[in-house]
Design a protein. Structure first.
Length: 164
């Protein structure tokens, strides 16, 4: 059984020393979904939310979230991120609950000694939370689904791809 790497021999928290690891190209993609009333999505797409362009602001927030990951997740290393992209896919057809959604995908890249999974997950979560914040005045019942790592490559553990 593998031990958790963020604990020392006495069981105390520690930041893993990555100084002996080789710097390699690394990428991580995370995704998530925000579900909402059809009227909310309509307002977003028509640019009629009082706080402004929801997706543009959320996109910038997601990029900022990735860059700040080491400041809010205690054991994350500060990384030089070489690329961050946030993409949206609107799902305007209501599901069985009568809700529509927006899928968010964040891709984060670096060349370094540790991966960028946490940065991708933080980017997605920050993006989703920003959509909620900008729309909560008209839809407080928005929910989040399927937040998780979709893909990662690079480093000792190699490639991972989430099964559909």
């Amino acid at each position: 059984m593998e031990r958790f790497t963020h604990f020392d021999s006495e069981g105390r928290a520690r930041m893993v020393d990555v100084s002996g690891k080789e710097a390699t190209s690394r990428v991580a993609i995370a995704g998530g979904r925000v579900c909402m009333k059809p009227e909310t999505l309509q307002l977003i797409l028509e640019g009629k939310m009082k706080k402004g362009d929801v997706l543009a602001v959320a996109q910038v927030a997601g990029i900022m979230g990735a860059k700040k990951t080491s400041e809010i997740i205690p054991m994350c290393h500060p990384l030089f991120l070489t690329g961050i992209g946030i993409n949206f896919k609107e799902n305007p057809v209501p599901d069985d609950d009568g809700l529509v959604s927006i899928d968010v995908e964040a891709r984060v890249q670096t060349t370094g000694q540790t991966g960028v999974e946490m940065e991708a997950l933080t980017a997605v979560t920050t993006t989703l939370l920003t959509i909620y914040d900008m729309c909560k005045a008209v839809d407080k019942e928005m929910t989040f689904e399927n937040i998780g790592l979709l893909y990662k490559a690079g480093g000792k553990s190699g490639e991972y791809k989430r099964k559909p």
